[in-house]
Design a protein around this ligand. Sequence first.
Ligand SMILES: C/C1=C2N=C(/C=C3N=C(/C(C)=C4\N[C@@](C)([C@@H]5N=C1[C@](C)(CCC(=O)O)[C@H]5CC(=O)O)[C@@](C)(CC(=O)O)[C@@H]4CCC(=O)O)[C@@](C)(CC(=O)O)[C@@H]\3CCC(=O)O)C(C)(C)[C@@H]/2CCC(=O)O
Length: 209
Amino acid sequence: MPYVYETDGPAIYRESFAIIRREAELSRFSPEEEPVAVRMIHAAGLVALAPHVHFRDDAVARARTALEAGAPILCDARMVAEGITRKRLPADNAVICTLHDERVPGLAREMGNTRSAAALELWRPRLEGAVVAIGNAPTALFHLLNMLEDPDCPRPAAIVGCPVGFVGAAESKQALWESGAAPCAIVEGRLGGSAVTVAAINAMADRSE
Ligand SMILES: C/C1=C2N=C(/C=C3N=C(/C(C)=C4\N[C@@](C)([C@@H]5N=C1[C@](C)(CCC(=O)O)[C@H]5CC(=O)O)[C@@](C)(CC(=O)O)[C@@H]4CCC(=O)O)[C@@](C)(CC(=O)O)[C@@H]\3CCC(=O)O)C(C)(C)[C@@H]/2CCC(=O)O
């Protein structure tokens, strides 16, 4: 007896989003934020993510405007960069991950930090007005915040800061939120991850969502 299941991709998405909108408490989100939150919940498979999702300083509108103007997307991990759906990007935006650049291991040794944090030093020439996507590494988000303490450091247009895990994830996101360093989207606490971050960027990239 063959299994019977939904085989139509768009129908699966429609049904998923309808379930999320039925089950999640989304009323505190603005009309621009709501579809971004829905995609983040969708990627996590977790309606309980909703109360942990927060946007600051018109992050969705700022990210959209930046992307439409051609801003690059700077990603902490290749998993994040690979997940971004190129056809949704409004200006054929560059998607950049410097983690695997050959200079990074040496930089990390010099800095006494992780490769994820050291890789951000290579963002400086592209950071001004960029959209930042940090979905894996708490050390990357902490290092970005330290870079932004310098008033001469280029400023990103928006930061999606959703690193996941047990060591530094909650703390780095709280620091981002409290710093006001840039408009931001976060998932407070331990939850987050590459998929959730990618979902936020993919939702922000497409105004028709
Ligand atoms: C401590 C690290 C954590 N990694 C987590 C979760 C996942 N990481 C995956 C993978 C494949 C990668 N993680 C690295 C970024 C690697 N992970 C770390 C570091 C040791 C330090 C980062 C930090 O603490 O801020 C980091 C290495 C570094 O020196 O920076 C990765 C580069 C490791 C590697 O392959 O060399 C690699 C990313 C590669 C890429 O995409 O470019 C996982 C898939 C785990 C796995 O392989 O089993 C998973 C993905 C989670 C996600 O959704 O993104 C944590 C949980 C974030 C953890 C930090 C916090 C903690 O509590 O431990």
